[in-house]
Design a protein around this ligand. Sequence first.
Ligand code: M6R
Length: 608
Amino acid sequence: MCGIVGFVGRKEASPILVEGLSKLEYRGYDSAGVAILEDGEIKVKKYKGRLKNLEENLNENPLKGHIGIGHTRWATHGEPSDINSHPHSNGDVTISVVHNGIIENYIKLKEWLKTKGYTFCSDTDTEVIPNLVDYYYKGDLFEAVTKATSKMEGSYAIGVISKEEPDKIVAVRKDSPLIVGVGEGEYFIASDIPAVLNHTREVYLLEDKEFVILTKDGVEIKTEDGEKIDKEIYHVTWDVDAAEKGGYEDFMLKEIHEQPKAIKDTLTSRVLKDTKVQLDDINLTKEELENFDRVFIVACGTAYHAGLVGKTIIEKLAKIPVEVDIASEFRYRDPLITEKSLLIVVSQSGETADTLAVLRDAKKTGAKVIAITNVVGSSVSREAHHVLYTWAGPEIAVASTKAYETQLIAMYILGIYFGELKGTLNKEVSEELKEELLILPDKVKEILDKKDELQKYASKNYMDKDLFFLGRGLDYAVALEGSLKLKEISYIHSEAYAGGELKHGPIALIEKGTPVIALLTEDKLKDKMISNIREVVTRGARVLAIANEGDKDAKEVCDDVIYIPRTNSLLTPVLSVVPLQLISYYMAKQKGCDVDKPRNLAKSVTVE
Ligand code: M6R
């Protein structure tokens, strides 16, 4: 839930650490800090609030040194405050640590350390780490870190420095992400690749319990027992611009506009006309597929909404029953998952704690797991049996947009792949879907060009207190996503309802002037949906419809209509969600909200 960085080299560490942290603020931004080895002493600066507080302070009172660690926080244990910010140190500040994760047995460790004379000043779990390292330090920092981590339960990615060995950083991960950047005479650690991309494209993607020792002369990777590990370097091919705003006001707006490319990249080499879907990292046989009696799709937030669309697609194209669930619910409801089940986990970051836990539990039952994720080398990608990467590029804004679009595309790819393998999908339907999929990027572009209409709607409605989304079938799944987008970035209360459910309670909320956004793209459910719209109009609602191009009925019943290009009815979610993303964006901007970093949220939820 936090971001960590570390630097060793010949340059000044402090600006490099701050720049790295600025690329990781999406992981948390309620406080930030650095620890730098200055003239043989560890100097720490850490402040509650955004990174700019730290940056301003460092500008006024610079820390000079060539080795350091840094942290951007999303509070779990202990409120956001200067004291609770990282780095944390032992009492006489000979050891400092940055940490992402949670030390589950920290209370026990803290009590034990107190009996050995250690004292604590913060409310954090992390503070036990520098004290444990200190306890085990007998002249070898690497050894002390291995001993300390052997006592720690939970998840961690840590960077450790010591004034006794002022030439190095020791780092390790377990269940929290960590990469090592390899530059020329300079080396980095970071929670994510964008933090090092301005300096190097060569990285090591660390596995759990791989310990790394960084000095200005190089990087050593070792096991807990000190055995050397030879690891392949991963060369980052995407550009540093891909992780920056590129002229857009916000990452979210940039990422919305990147959707045509993200969709195209996710389809490339997998979906081709007149060829069966080919997948590099999924190699199920027909027999294996036929042996599954049920598919479970499990995810959180937006990824769960993509799963809801996936259910319809896979059931329709591959004729396998599919259950969709929220990971935090699924893991505690004793689901009937067996070795005859196929679990599909969906996670942009690949690090979401609940989703990862479901994956691990499912593997114990003998179920097979496919991960749909956007991050190469993420935990879910490494632990699943098969992987389908979404090629959306780095998603920085907390609100997911291009990742959702590519998760939908992944669902279509899987649905067609399963259908072709099982023989449940006839060639004609499969070819029609492929042809339409391949032209979706252009259709998304057409919707992006309707920016002015959407902005106009947003400026008329941004002062509203509540907003309702309605839809049936796939439109209902998209309505849920539209509603989540609106509430998370604009803080406007909103709900999404299935059109047919209205009469069972929610219609009581509709009164004169209540804004409603109705999705009207499901041809076979259109008449039913029109009746539902009439029901709310009669009670005074102001309705905006998202409808298929040329739909005259929509104009007749609704106050406003945004038209989207026609496509195969199964594929409409990819198009109908785009106006909803833009409406949310513009409403949030009108309200003056920080759309990239909404309050109380973090991009990756790596704790329960
Ligand atoms: O990284 P993941 O896809 O596992 O993240 C899941 C959710 O936390 C995420 O989709 C969240 O709901 C977004 N803020 C929605 O915009």
